[in-house]
Design a protein around this ligand. Structure first.
Ligand SMILES: [Zn+2]
Length: 116
């Protein structure tokens, strides 16, 4: 097994830290804020941003090219599922997360308003 260079270790740790801090900040924001329109924008942009960050992490960590190529549709699927399953209520501003692969939430679990 080939030794990882110091540069590669520093870079992969740095990208890992960006991913963790970015992910935690976005999750906290989605839970705390009650501005549904702003949260939709933040979620979309963070998912667009996080895909390349994850792929960059794999690359910096020295993952083989076939693994990185397979990770691209994986990241796209995870982003799609997050966009589909994380919804925001326009009435009360709550973040609603569903873990179902099939069913999509139709009403807000907090106030009962229908979700568009
Ligand atoms: Zn609601």
């Amino acid at each position: 097994m080939e030794e990882q260079s110091t540069f590669s270790v520093v870079l992969s740790n740095l990208i890992g830290a960006v991913f963790l801090l970015g992910g935690i900040s976005v999750m906290l924001f989605l839970q705390i804020s009650r501005n549904a329109a702003l949260k939709r924008k933040v979620l979309r942009w963070s998912l667009v941003f996080m895909g390349p960050v994850v792929l960059g992490f794999f690359w910096a960590a020295g993952a083989p090219l076939p693994f990185i190529l397979l990770a691209i549709p994986g990241c796209a699927f995870i982003a799609f599922m997050n966009l589909r399953n994380i919804r925001f209520c326009n009435a009360c501003g709550r973040t609603l997360v569903s873990y179902s692969l099939i069913f999509r939430q139709k009403i807000c679990a907090s106030c009962g308003e229908s979700l568009r």
